[in-house]
Design a protein around this ligand. Structure first.
Ligand code: AMP
Ligand code: MG
Length: 337
């Protein structure tokens, strides 16, 4: 199969809608990362997502909607708090978990009774969902395990030949996947299962917020996790990734300058001085680091790196999302200087 890349002009969105109506797959831009979309009501189409990505069957998909009617059709009940959060953060990078309705096949939910829903803040995605008239199930459009795609080129390099069409909306604005939350205490408080650009600090203006213990630690082998996705090796390039936490930049430079092997890179903020290793800079601000993280991880492979030391991001605000992804890319290897 040839994989076509088209800019999101009306004719391209028509073509995408036609493929999706016929049970096919299309990679679409969103504000977080690129998604690999299928009709969320069509179990066979959604099974195609798992095949194309090599995704484990028990890792459920997020469904993307363009209006609240689609929400009501997909879930059993909408807690009052969910409505307030939708008003505050939709369209945007917040995924909420609800009890699923019968319209959502088990393939989408990974056989859970729940379904994850969000409304993307991306005009071509909203336009396409509206044209289809059904929600789109769309996990990240990468091969399972590899860094998420934040450009059409990233999608192409992972899925060329496996899908017919990529809609190229340019670089994703945010760069890390959505915040995933579930409701607790009868819908009065929320638990963050995956941090994203809608931060714990932002959510705490609306509800009591708990950050799930698996956000910053490796889930124990024998424990049943709420969000199956957190179990898997994730976001990893071929290079070995090691996070370096440092108090001061001088100490960081001294540590890195002690490494003399070839093929080793430093992934830094960009304003550090005196580092001799070849470097990939991923951003001076927390937002820039979120935007560039996955491209930087992919870059280590393009450069043929055997190992990369990544300067630890901050752990609050959107930095929590970056740290969460990096921990998994690094298989939880952290050096504290
Ligand atoms: P991806 O779409 O590749 O960004 O991954 C979707 C993430 O949402 C994974 O971490 C899933 O485990 C999580 N997720 C999706 N649906 C549910 C659900 N019903 N309950 C809990 N977590 C979910
Ligand atoms: Mg993913």
């Amino acid at each position: 199969m040839d994989t076509e890349i088209l800019r999101p002009y009306p004719a391209a969105l028509d073509k995408a809608a036609e493929i999706l109506r016929g049970g096919g797959l299309v990679a679409i831009p969103t504000e977080t990362v690129y998604g690999l979309a299928a009709n969320a009501h069509d179990a066979a189409a959604c099974a195609g997502i798992f095949r194309a990505k090599g995704r484990p069957q028990d890792n459920p998909l997020i469904i993307h909607i363009s209006d609240t009617e689609m929400l009501y059709a997909s879930v059993k009940r909408v807690p009052e708090l969910a409505l307030r959060l939708a008003k505050a953060f939709w369209s945007g990078p917040l995924t909420m978990i609800f009890e699923k309705s019968d319209a959502i096949p088990d393939t989408v939910s990974g056989r859970l009774d729940t379904v994850a829903v969000r409304m993307p803040r991306c005009a071509p995605a909203l336009e396409l969902i509206g044209r289809c008239g059904f929600p789109l199930a769309a996990p990240s459009a990468n091969l399972s395990g590899s860094p998420s795609p934040t450009s059409a080129q990233h999608v192409f390099s992972d899925l060329n030949g496996r899908i017919p069409l990529i809609i190229d909306g340019g670089e994703c604005v945010t760069g890390v996947e959505s915040t995933v939350i579930c409701f607790e205490n009868g819908g009065r408080s929320v638990r963050i299962l995956r941090p994203g650009a809608v931060t714990a600090e932002m959510l705490s203006e609306y509800a009591d917020v708990t950050v799930d213990e698996n956000v910053f630690q490796k889930p124990a082998e024998d424990v049943k996790v709420i969000s199956p996705g957190v179990k898997y090796r994730h976001y990893s390039p071929r290079a070995e990734i090691i996070i370096v936490e440092c108090e001061d930049e001088r100490g960081l430079a001294d540590f890195l300058n002690g490494i003399k092997e070839k093929g080793v890179y430093a992934v830094l903020y960009g304003d550090e001085r005196g580092v001799e290793l070849p470097r990939i800079d991923y951003g001076v601000t927390a937002e820039e680091r979120a935007h560039n993280l996955f491209a930087a991880l992919r870059k280590t492979d393009e450069l043929g790196a055997s190992r990369a030391y990544v300067r630890c991001p901050e752990k609050t605000g959107i930095g929590a999302a970056v740290y969460n992804r990096l921990l998994r890319a690094a298989a939880f290897k952290v050096i504290k200087l």
